[in-house]
Design a protein around this ligand. Sequence first.
Ligand code: 13P
Ligand code: SF4
Length: 324
Amino acid sequence: MSGISLSAASLYNRVQRVIPAIEWPAFCQDIDAILRLKRERNAVILAHNYQTPEIFHCVADIVGDSLALARKAMEVEADVIVLAGVHFMAETAKLLNPSKTVLIPDMGAGCSLADSITPEDIRLLRQRYPGVPVVTYVNTSAAVKAESDICCTSGNAKAVVESLGVPRVLMLPDEYLAQNIATQTDVEIIAWKGHCEVHERFTPEDIREMRAAHPGVTVLAHPECPPDVVAEADFAGSTAAMSDYVGANKPSRVVLVTECSMSDNVAVEHPDVEFVRPCNLCPHMKRITLGNIREALELDKHAVTINPAIAARARLAVERMLSV
Ligand code: 13P
Ligand code: SF4
């Protein structure tokens, strides 16, 4: 979506099904200011699928899952990238497009998976499993990526693991993603014990209750959910894969077993699909607001920097992933 020639007033139609009219006036000033600041600063906003609809549908230029945001960040020609998402996504954008100013509106927008593993943990694992390649999920710090052979996302994890042509890999730090991928490949996967604090809360009973309460509902789950939850779902995939599934299959009723804003954002595109809404909020994603996006553009808050020695090694791991 291009901000040029748009105004908040002309955008409400797009989101009226997911933002109550009474809430809309509170967003308008910030939306107009952000659209103006993007032009003045030659900036683009990249927003993850978990951002709220007033960000996702009204000010973002590029939206998607972690993989799409990484690919698109590399191609940005504007001077400034604002990453409406969490810190590891902003670091990935900086790694892939280092000459740009990359801003994250709230430095506290972290991730429980990124917090679950350190570079030292990886060095110890390499001693314990000599010669076994280390595949790290992009939901990690640049310092952890720097200790890795290759990165992956939920959208390409199986392809990345199989691209290595080895019988065994370490896949870190998401234990559930690793276990879910292990069911799809002959490669032996050694996992770590990190979890997403949002997806680990779903249970198989939740899914069974949703099916009982909403007959015929199609259940789509993110692969960061525990394997017994994924086993109860009709389909598991990255946030982009879930969105694509809805577009391609047009289920009459669907539940997205993931972060809450996903349903709002996908529902805008599919007025004919009924979305059942049990979900869990990601407190880190929710730190990003129109207010702090505006402040980021006004005051250059907060520019992402990465130690050059770490960046060089981390970039290799991300670039290897993108070439798979
Ligand atoms: P995706 O790569 O599927 O968008 O997932 C990112 C994430 O943080 C999920 O919790
Ligand atoms: Fe991290 Fe989970 Fe939030 Fe995604 S949803 S950013 S994996 S804590």
